[in-house]
Design a binder for this molecule. Structure first.
Ligand code: ADP
Ligand code: ZN
Length: 671
């Protein structure tokens, strides 16, 4: 979902879509209709069973001629028929009707055994004086007409088809043929210097997102000064993927890259590629890249790339969505096709990188992923400052307070708040926008958002802080738990909060390490129980992980005292049989329960010991929303153990990998 207040996004699309609406050329429609009618008319006229004609057997035809009824005889060798026009005075004898019903020149038609026989017969009748006219033959121009009329519909279909294809294929040529003939053109919105929707967005307009900005900064450098990199033999990246929830400024960031580098910017949504016509998506991709190459260096931005980039179905038998897949294939081909240093860089946005096709993420395509997350407290303050710029605000307005009042809001939501506040103030006829207006706007937007995104109450925020602080406290105070990097209570994806750890680089894991980690994972629930007095749904993910881990340790790794050194791992996924007895199953269940209960008690005990520290940590989290290892160290003191990874990395461990340890907020359907 895109934000509502991104004005340039709502701007009219350029070139082919803007301006006067192209007319459908009706002449063609008329021609087609006329031809079809004509065809039907001619076909019908041949039938030979009208009121003024009659099909008869050959013998009857002979009788009529012998009785002297024939006025004129016309044979057609190709059709093998003969027509006998009846003398006016005998019309009633043949048709049993008057001239007014049959018309002036009625005829009877018969099939002839052969042309020679007919010739013979007519000549004999002429000699007998029964027939005074001539036998004439109708020649083959009739046949030609017949062939023509038979082929005509086909010709029309081919003509129309070629016509449409011309419109689809290259988008060139007939642009006045209406929208359906333009389906193959890319619908990209182009922002460039001097174009009417030029809006210079720079990094100044993107608040927060420091790490994302830093990463795209490099792309700006590439675009500005490609030689610097290519001279050293470096390859300019082709694409980067911006991953994050809607409204966090992915489009904005891409625009800012274009603005900073001062290059044209093509923007298109993934869903724009997909149309009900087969082949259109691929054609649009081709068109987009063709346009982009003309404007190089430039940036292509594809929003919601998951609309085309979703993983292709592995099973060809399942059918799958061929149109989407061929669009995706075309995209991949185009990305491989253009030279590395052609100066076209593709940025794509999605909020779900995990469902994308692996081929898209391969080297040389979108091999960089830039995370754009919901803003934390300080970032929200910065976003407010950006969007308060054009607003006449009350001088006593406390931006800090606004940021505090809007946990879980995205950049787009905040932009919305500012706009809404200005509207509310205007409605009340005020000279400037004050605190009450902002708070009213927040309320209104929270009301609207409640179902869509996670907006927390103070109470919830405290619970989440206690929960996350529980994880942090325990992992800090257990020797083998993963070292902590950062804890947040900013909602992210489906998680309400998260703690990031630096996983150890290790090939094997000992039982102690696993138990310590299990204890830390249970620390969230334990803290809730101890300090809020009730437990919440927020720990579901934790519990799921712990249960799986315990089951794995006992059934697969032989790590329990009562089932030592046994692995019941079943490699055959189609076998539904358990490789152990009912009694063992019960034993496994008991052991899993016991192991988890032990670790839970351990977590509770440790939390009680470190109660002050834990509560201080939770306070800090409520206040700042994000805390780092330093803050935790400040509270608990330095960890007496250094992990191997930390040793390897030296003093300042880089958060290269992050592991989420999160509290799922939603009850996933119990399937
Ligand atoms: P996305 O593409 O991630 O869905 P957009 O880039 O379309 O989000 O953001 C929508 C609007 O929200 C922007 O036009 C801008 O007004 C506002 N916005 C979002 N993030 C930020 C930010 N970090 N700083 C300033 N404004 C932001
Ligand atoms: Zn948790």
């Amino acid at each position: 979902m895109e934000s509502q207040n991104n004005t340039s996004q709502n701007a009219p699309r350029p070139s082919n879509q803007r301006g006067k609406k192209p007319k459908v050329n009706f002449t063609w429609v008329y021609v087609v209709i006329a031809c079809v009618l004509g065809y039907l008319f001619f076909k019908g006229g041949d039938a030979g069973s009208n009121a003024n004609s009659k099909n008869v057997p050959y013998t009857e035809f002979k009788q009529y001629v012998q009785q002297g009824y024939a006025n004129k005889i016309v044979a057609s060798k190709d059709e093998g028929t003969v027509k006998m026009y009846v003398k006016p005075e005998h019309i009633r004898d043949v048709f049993l009707q008057g001239v007014d019903q049959t018309g002036k020149h009625p005829y009877v038609q018969a099939e002839i055994p052969s042309a020679d026989k007919l010739d013979e017969f007519v000549t004999s009748q002429q000699e007998l004086g029964n027939f005074t006219g001539e036998l004439t033959y109708k020649r083959s121009n009739d046949t030609f007409m017949q062939i023509f009329w038979n082929l005509f519909p086909l010709l029309i279909i081919i003509a129309v088809w070629i016509f449409i294809m011309r419109g689809v294929g290259h988008g060139g040529g007939i642009s006045s043929m209406g929208n359906i003939f333009n389906v193959g053109r890319s619908r990209a919105q182009l922002v460039e210097k001097g174009s009417e929707n030029e809006s210079k967005v720079t990094f100044k307009d993107v608040a927060g997102q420091a790490s994302a900005k830093q990463e795209v900064q490099e792309i700006v450098e590439f675009l500005k000064n490609p030689k610097k990199f290519t001279d050293l033999g470096g390859k300019i990246p082709k694409g980067a993927l911006l991953v994050g929830p809607p409204g966090t400024g992915k489009t904005l960031l891409a625009k800012a890259v274009a603005g900073e580098a001062d290059v044209p910017f093509f923007s298109m949504s993934g869903s724009d590629f997909v149309e009900m016509f087969v082949g259109v998506g691929a054609s649009r991709v081709r068109d987009l890249f063709r346009q982009a190459k003309e404007k190089s260096p430039c940036i292509i931005f594809i929003d919601e790339i998951d609309a085309v980039g979703r993983a292709r179905s592995r099973n060809a038998m399942m059918g799958g969505n061929d149109e989407r897949e061929s669009t995706l294939n075309q995209l991949l081909t185009e990305m491989d096709g253009f030279g590395t240093n052609s100066g076209v860089i593709i940025l794509a946005a999605t909020n779900r990188a995990d469902i994308l096709d692996k081929a898209l993420l391969r080297a040389g395509r979108f091999d960089r992923q830039i995370h754009v997350d919901l803003p934390d407290l300080n970032e929200r303050k910065a976003v407010f400052k950006v969007h308060l710029r054009p607003i006449k605000v009350d001088e006593h307005l406390d931006v800090d307070l606004l940021a505090r009042q809007t946990p879980g809001f995205s950049g787009a939501d905040i932009a919305n708040v500012c706009n809404e506040a200005a509207l509310i103030a205007a409605r009340h006829g005020k000279g400037s926008v004050g605190k009450e207006d902002f708070l009213a706007a927040v309320d209104r937007i929270v009301g609207g958002l409640e179902k869509k995104t996670k907006v927390m109450t103070e109470e919830e925020k405290r619970t989440i802080a206690l929960h996350e602080a529980g994880h942090a406290t325990i992992s800090w105070n257990l020797q083998y738990a993963n070292p902590l990097i950062k804890v947040t209570i900013v909602p992210r994806g489906r998680a309400l909060g998260a703690a990031w750890y630096l996983p150890e680089e290790r090939q094997i894991t000992t039982r102690e390490q696993m138990l310590d980690e299990m204890c830390a994972t249970l620390g969230g629930r334990a803290a809730e129980e101890l300090f809020t007095g009730h437990i919440s749904s927020g720990a579901m993910n934790d519990l799921e992980r712990v249960t799986k881990q315990a089951y794995g340790m006992i059934a697969y790794m032989g790590m329990s005292d009562r089932l030592p050194n046994l692995c019941y791992y079943n490699n055959d996924e189609y076998s539904w049989q358990r490789p152990y007895s009912e009694a063992t199953a019960e034993l496994i269940d008991q052991e899993v329960k016991r192991m988890i209960a032990e670790q839970y008690d351990r977590a509770k005990k440790l939390l009680m010991e470190k109660k002050e520290g834990h509560n201080a940590l939770a306070e800090l989290l409520v206040e700042r929303e994000v805390i780092y290892a330093e803050d935790v160290e400040h509270i608990f003191g330095k960890r007496p153990w250094t992990s191997r990874t930390e040793e390897l990395l030296g003093e300042d461990p880089l958060p290269t990998t992050k592991e989420e340890n999160e509290a799922s907020s939603e009850q996933t359907s119990a399937s």
